[in-house]
Ligand binder design. Structure first.
Ligand SMILES: [Zn+2]
Length: 80
């Protein structure tokens, strides 16, 4: 709890001004794209972390998980 991985929180909290820009591998166009704040359609905060939904450059709806639970979710996905 609370150790490691600090820094992202500041970025997320500031979304009204400078929304996150991140890279995402799109499952629709199979390319890693930079996603800008203008493409983000939703942020859902839950106990696993922050689910970010957005629209890829190709028009596909995508979602990714960031925050404290993202690593766990990713590990589970790989293991599954
Ligand atoms: Zn795409």
């Amino acid at each position: 709890m609370g150790s490691g991985g600090r820094g992202w929180r500041d970025t997320i909290d500031d979304t009204s001004e400078e929304a996150p820009v991140f890279s995402h591998h799109c499952t629709a166009c199979d390319r890693t794209q930079l996603i800008f704040s203008s493409q983000v359609t939703g942020l859902t905060n839950d106990e696993l972390g922050i689910a970010v939904s957005f629209r890829c450059w190709c028009g596909a709806e995508q979602a990714t998980l960031t925050g404290k639970g993202a690593r766990l979710a990713r590990t589970a996905a790989v293991a599954a």
